[in-house]
Design a protein around this ligand. Structure first.
Ligand SMILES: [Zn+2]
Length: 289
């Protein structure tokens, strides 16, 4: 009996040692109770590892793995996909902007009507006359310096609304029909002197008709006034060009107008006036597009 009980006792001890070995191999010492458990009695050892593996893996791993898995998808997936999708957009949008014509170089003539979506802000230069705010200071400076030089310029036309241009064009057509021209003939003739609505630079807000007080009417003799001579010689310094020079009607579509000044910026105005060319020639856009 003593042998059997001794064998049993030895077997139990072996089992306990084996169980303890299993516990260590399962890496359940995290709670710091490994040494105590191993030296405790059998009855206490068995339930201890059963509850530990259940509570530990379910308590610790879910907390840690849950954090990792939620952190990773949030940081890796959304951020990278957002960056990837947002990066190409700005790359594609600036491209057309670069090729777009800047506001001071928009071409308006019989072959290039005013863009339908064209908008800008107006600033009053003098009296009731307004221009695009972006060239208002330059126009004011040109007039002020011209006066300071002893001349007498004044604006007789600047920004025109669509209705303004319709009124002026119809009035010009009537002046020809009154002379006996047919309606069709009158419109063709009128278009050379007053732009067809939608094709006037005055609607663009970048043009001003400037006269000398000594000659308050629109004719070629205006070119002989001291005021116009000063303006033609100095307008480029303020970013303006004489838009319809003599002998360029075939290119501009408009008669010689030694009073119509158009803003294009100082650099380009200087080149155009120095070379004696038109805006169409500078842009390389002559006739229909
Ligand atoms: Zn004009």
């Amino acid at each position: 009996m003593t042998d059997k009980s001794g064998i049993k006792y030895a077997a139990v001890l072996l089992l306990l040692i084996f169980a303890a070995g299993m516990l260590t191999s399962c890496n359940i010492f995290g709670l710091g109770g490994e040494t105590i458990i191993l030296t405790d009695e059998e009855s206490e050892i068995i339930p201890a590892p059963e509850t530990d593996p259940e509570t530990e893996p379910s308590a610790l791993p879910p907390e840690t793995t849950a954090e990792v898995t939620t952190e990773l998808p949030e940081t890796t997936l959304p951020e990278t996909t957002e960056e990837v999708t947002t990066e190409p957009e700005p790359e594609t949008t600036p491209e057309p902007e670069v090729t777009e014509t800047p506001w001071y170089l928009v071409l308006i003539n019989p072959w290039h009507p005013l863009p339908e979506d064209y908008t800008f802000e107006l600033t009053t230069v003098t009296g009731k006359y307004q221009v695009d705010s972006r060239c208002a200071d330059a126009l004011k400076a040109m007039l002020a310096d011209c006066k300071a030089a002893g001349y007498t310029p004044y604006i007789c036309s600047a920004y025109r609304t669509w209705d303004d241009q319709v009124y002026l064009f119809d009035k010009k057509v009537k002046s020809f029909t009154d002379k006996g021209y047919s309606e069709a003939e009158a419109k063709v003739l009128a278009a050379k002197e007053t732009a067809v609505p939608g094709t006037s630079e005055h609607q663009l807000g970048l043009a001003a008709d400037i006269l000398c007080t000594s000659r308050p009417w629109l004719d070629e003799g205006q070119a002989n006034t001291e005021t116009q001579k000063w303006l033609m010689a100095n307008c480029h310094k303020y970013g303006f060009i004489l838009r319809y020079p003599k002998g360029t009607t075939d290119i501009t579509g408009i008669i010689y107008e030694p009073w119509h000044y158009r803003y294009v910026g100082v650099e380009i105005a200087t080149e155009i006036m120095t070379r004696g060319i038109t805006l169409e020639e500078y842009l390389g856009k002559i006739g229909a597009p």
